[in-house]
Design a protein around this ligand. Sequence first.
Ligand SMILES: [Zn+2]
Length: 251
Amino acid sequence: MPSYPLTALVLRKTKLGETDIILTLLAEDGTQVRAVAKGLRKPGSRFGARLEPYAVVDLLLHTGKSLEVVSEARSVAPHAALREDLDRSAAAAVVADMLDKIAVEAQTEPRLFGLAGATLDALERAPVEALPSLVVAFLVKALAMHGYRPELEACAACASEVAGSAAFSLSHGGVLCESCGGEDPSALRFSEAARKWLSHLLASTMADIAAEEVPAAAVYDCFTLVRSFVVYHVPSRLKALDFYAGMLQPR
Ligand SMILES: [Zn+2]
């Protein structure tokens, strides 16, 4: 049986029969692949702990009757810290859930894999205070790659320049000037600090964001807005994002 190599990120594990697991994977080209790891739930499985969620692995696959089958797995970036700490695992779960919902079998988007890897590397090492910023940055960058880059500088309805705080329209995909915002009762409130922080996150690398001082109130406003933007554009519910929102509630 001919086999072929695939570098992939493990998004999710689903039980299959007594001892097998179906892996939902994000492949290097940004497509989603499902593959069976036979005997993964047996004690002393030859795959060990390499095929855990958030791990990047080099796989050798072959095509089975209905799904791909994993014949070999080598660890590239295990991201073990993301499974050991509640704050980090909740943040990583949002990333995996989003990728699970937006990566499609046939639609390639190679930048998505690079973004996912950089995000998980940063979530593993960043100070805990930086994690919400990284989650927001990942969500907004992933949406931008799918054609939903929010307009944050000019009015999304009339293109006039927007200064200060502004309303954000989900249907227009961006901020509205005062006169357009006044006509849209569904527009969300968006402070100037949050608008500037979101622009900054869109323009920055994950490694840079992980190292920065975090404006906590602006991050919370950005998170709330970006969560609404995700819900508006991603048809399936992201349970991990709901859970994360509960963790972030101001205490
Ligand atoms: Zn306008």
